[in-house]
Design a protein around this ligand. Structure first.
Ligand SMILES: C[S@@+](CC[C@H](N)C(=O)[O-])C[C@H]1O[C@@H](n2cnc3c(N)ncnc32)[C@H](O)[C@@H]1O
Length: 260
């Protein structure tokens, strides 16, 4: 119980930081890829809804719906006139949620975090309206680099990869999205890679982001709160990384596609 509330509070604060850091770029991507042509947008795996709420504020003429399988996420969403949230598990066979009324589908930090992305895209292909737009925004761990190399950073990447394999998520998933969309015959697929790195993000924000990321993965991997390797990684971020001597970069993949 204590572990799960500790994790929940890390996850909430991490999602908020992700939105703070990335909203302008991700919003710009959505606008460039026809968000304004949609009237009903579904945010799949909305978490605490922070990103969707900001979208709803910026686009009062679009109706947004967030869905998440976790009740406490839905309970923490700030609802408004054009933002609603519902508890829906994308893999539930009993769900009666109606996907056919949406003409926009946002999957931000969602599709590559689940173990069967194809099943979700197939469902949208069967149920969604025509035309409809799809946006997938996710981190690409295969492009997670540190220059110059540092052995503690290697432990950090290993922690992430071990966790991904434990929950059967492909850590190179970012590279699989394009062939998957092509195989399912989505149209007008456009892929952009925007580095999420010391080049584009203030060092203090990136340091906080990395620390929270490590703490989340460490707890989710079942490590103790005083795990020595986690402490070593946090110390590397607090000390060596903050000197500015190390350039750390995550790959970020932004994909837009359509069904016409
Ligand atoms: C990393 S969070 C992303 C939050 C949000 N999209 C954002 O951009 O801040 C992923 C969310 O997907 C939800 N999720 C995972 N599997 C799901 C499923 N099968 N159905 C619905 N939601 C799911 C999780 O509960 C979690 O809140």
């Amino acid at each position: 119980m204590k572990l799960s509330s500790e994790l929940d509070s890390f996850v909430q604060s991490h999602l908020n930081l992700q939105v703070k850091i990335s909203y302008p770029e991700h919003h710009d991507f959505l606008i460039r890829h026809k968000l304004n042509e949609c009237s009903q947008v579904l945010d799949v795996g909305t978490g605490n809804g922070t990103f969707a709420v900001r979208l709803a504020q910026d686009h009062p003429n679009i109706h947004f719906v967030g869905i998440d399988k976790r009740k406490h996420c839905i309970d923490s969403c700030k609802l408004s006139q054009n933002f609603e949230a519902f508890q829906v598990d994308m893999f539930s066979r009993e769900s009666t949620f109606d996907f056919s009324r949406f003409d926009g589908f946002l999957m931000r930090y969602f599709l590559l975090h689940v173990d069967n992305a194809q099943k979700i895209l197939e469902l949208f292909k069967t149920k969604s309206k025509r035309p409809s737009k799809f946006w997938i925004i996710d981190l690409d761990w295969s492009q997670f680099t540190c220059e110059p190399q540092h052995e503690t950073f290697d432990k950090l990447t290993k922690l992430v990869k071990d966790f991904c394999s434990k929950i059967s998520v492909e850590s190179r998933g970012g590279q699989n999205v394009l062939p998957l969309l092509q195989k399912l015959e989505f149209q007008n697929i456009i892929v952009e890679n925007i580095p999420f790195s010391t080049q584009t993000i203030p060092i203090d924000e990136l340091a906080l982001y990395l620390k929270q990321e490590i703490q989340c993965y460490s707890i989710m991997s079942g490590r103790a709160s005083n795990d020595p390797e986690t402490s070593e990684i946090v110390q590397f971020i607090n000390e060596d990384f903050r000197t500015g001597k190390y350039q750390i970069s995550y790959g970020m993949i932004l994909v837009s596609a359509e069904l016409n």
